[in-house]
Design a protein around this ligand. Structure first.
Ligand code: NOJ
Length: 530
């Protein structure tokens, strides 16, 4: 059967604030993405763009606090600009996915303004309101991901509302049929405009335990947690992944299925047994529950191999895998994995495993964690839980060229440009035949041109070299060997037969190789056609 675009394609995540500013306010915008469309389609050759939220928002969590599900924030443009962007993308064969934030809105959303106006307002039940406990404390012990309790008391109506993120992100009540309908209509609004799918924010949170029971304490919580980190002190049992989320997932999926070939990707992080259920029992829920497992492992050949094998083993036959190594909530690969050399190994792994890869903007340059002076921290997580938790480090402006502000903007950007931008930028790296950008371009092209590498089957190749992760991708008679050296030592693998090296992470060798003594240099990965 012919693979669908979201199976054999590569998704590229754009954090719109940080991609390209055309209005001169230091914040990226949609016109900037249009300007860079050829970079996406021709230079990189990715298949789909996913935007972090572009809806109107007070930006208390940088767009993940939505004040109108059916519009574009003026900071980013307007609906007409979005339509133009979509047309420019589609003209080039690129798909466009947008972020959908169904668990919570902004506290400035008109629905919430109505809901909080009185206890008998018709929209009161669109959010989660509860009486205080008899002693006046919050209704249960849940904590916010961003510090403090998951509840804020509303003086006017004498009840608490729930928010598992900042108080400006009140949680929607998906058990209310009218709210559910309004949210599903919001999906249709964008599908009717022609978008190709959604990335659904914290989708496993939308249904909570009906009785909102206390979460049990987590005895393994680190001892040095900030005092206000109530969230990490608890096991997340009753606030996410409830059994009755699945009928709702099916309803969401049915909306997408009213249209042709639209994709539902969901943000989920629970354990494997909970995660795999989001594919649905017959493939009738999410197409791709995001798989963040590789992000949370130690960077070693054995940990990566074990994680890939565990996921391959857990998937039902109808389920298509996917991998994420970095996003706007984490750290940059080159920083996390101990340097530029291993960032290349990570790129080769991500783009040769079986499953849809998502690549975060700037990873193709090997961008490193930004250095954010404490007074410039913007992220509520960093502000509330400590500078070392700020996600700003991975949200610094895209580095286009060596001019001031890295070609991102003509004024000082909302977050500082990283100091290495004069050499680590698109313009400089495009002309360097061995740059990491060249490596990414070669990997994108090879993956696209080679069915074995995109939809082919996966098999681990056992090797006594403990620091190497070796696997084969196969499509009928076409076989490819991927050998990745996670160490700073040279390695020699004893396999069998001969092959042709198509690409090295150092982008400096091709040609016949003897697999009985396959030499890998320190931090080198290779793709060999068998
Ligand atoms: C997950 C998003 O990826 C993150 O950036 C955001 O802060 C939370 N959900 C809340 O929407």
């Amino acid at each position: 059967m012919k693979p669908l675009w979201w199976q054999n394609g590569v998704v590229y995540q754009i954090y719109p604030r940080s991609f390209k500013d055309t209005t001169g306010n230091g914040i990226g915008d949609l016109a900037g993405v249009i300007e860079k469309m050829d970079y996406l389609s021709d230079t990189l050759g990715i298949d789909a763009i996913w935007f972090s939220p572009i809806n109107p928002s007070p930006m208390k969590d940088f767009g993940y606090d939505v004040a109108d599900y059916c519009d574009v924030d003026p900071m980013f443009g307007d609906l007409a600009t979005f339509d133009r962007l979509l047309a420019e993308a589609h003209k080039r064969g690129l798909k466009v996915l947008i972020d959908w934030v169904p668990n919570h809105s902004s506290d400035e959303h008109p629905w919430f303004l109505e809901s909080r106006s009185s206890r008998d307002n018709p929209k009161r039940d669109w959010y989660i309101w509860r009486d205080p406990k008899p002693d006046g404390t919050p209704p249960n012990n849940w904590g916010s991901f961003f510090g403090g309790p998951a509840w804020t008391f509303d003086e006017k109506t004498g009840q608490y509302y729930m928010h598992q993120f900042v108080p400006g992100q009140p949680e929607l009540n998906w058990r209310n049929p009218e709210l559910k309908k309004a949210m599903l209509d919001g999906l249709r609004f964008w599908l009717d405009r022609g978008i190709d799918g959604f990335r659904m924010d914290v989708i496993g949170l939308i249904i909570k335990d009906e009785d909102l029971r206390d979460n049990p304490p987590n005895p393994d919580a680190p001892a040095n947690l900030p005092a206000n980190d109530l969230f990490s002190r608890l096991h997340q049992v009753y606030n996410m992944d409830q059994d009755d989320v699945h009928p709702v997932m099916r309803e969401i999926r049915q909306v997408l299925d009213e249209y042709n070939e639209r994709v539902a990707i969901g943000e989920l992080w629970g354990p494997m047994d909970r995660w795999v259920k989001y594919y649905g029992t017959t493939g009738d829920e999410l197409h791709l529950p995001f798989n963040f497992r590789l992000m949370h492992q130690p960077w070693s050949a054995s940990a990566m191999r074990a994680s890939v094998e565990e996921m391959e083993g857990a998937l039902p036959p109808f389920a298509w895998p996917n991998y994420v190594l970095g996003n706007h909530d984490g750290t940059r690969l080159a920083t996390r994995f101990g340097g530029q050399s291993q960032a290349r190994v990570a790129a080769m792994m991500l783009l040769t495993l079986r499953g849809t890869p998502t690549v975060y903007y700037g990873e193709e340059l090997g961008m490193e964690n930004g250095v954010i002076p404490p007074e410039k921290i913007q992220d509520p997580q960093g502000i509330n839980l400590g500078a070392e938790r700020t996600r700003d480090v991975c949200r610094t402006p895209m580095q286009w060229d060596a001019t001031e502000h890295a070609g991102f903007s003509n004024v000082e950007p909302w977050l500082p440009v990283s100091a290495d931008y004069r050499t680590r930028n698109v313009a400089a790296m495009l002309n360097d035949p061995t740059s990491i950008l060249t490596l990414y371009r070669r990997l994108f092209a090879l993956r696209k041109a080679t069915p074995a590498l995109n939809v082919g089957s996966y098999a681990t190749v056992p090797t006594p070299a403990a620091d190497c992760f070796v696997y084969e991708r196969t499509d009928g008679p076409d076989r490819y060997l991927i050998a990745l050296n996670f160490s700073g030592e040279a390695q020699t693998l004893s396999l069998f037969g001969n092959g042709t090296c198509l690409l090295s992470t150092q982008v400096d060798r091709t040609g016949e190789v003897d697999l009985q003594a396959l030499s890998l240099r320190p931090h080198e990965g290779v793709i060999v056609k068998l």
